[in-house]
Design a protein around this ligand. Structure first.
Ligand SMILES: [Zn+2]
Length: 60
């Protein structure tokens, strides 16, 4: 399967990409329509944690 960039019209085929912090796939949101290419974090929490690859490890 090859995603077709620029394809529009099918709501069931919204684009998605992995969060750069937690790695979870985040689905396209209407709120991101204007800056989808710049979105890298799935949530505000991940935006705060950017730079921390493994937030599960507590700092000593
Ligand atoms: Zn995330």
């Amino acid at each position: 399967m090859s995603a077709d960039p620029g394809y529009k019209g099918n709501k069931a085929a919204l684009p998605s990409k992995p969060c750069t912090v937690c790695g979870r796939a985040m689905s396209w949101r209407r709120a991101w329509a204007h800056n989808w290419n710049e979105v890298r974090h799935c949530s505000a929490a991940c935006r705060k944690n950017r730079g921390k690859r493994q937030p599960e490890r507590p700092c000593p």
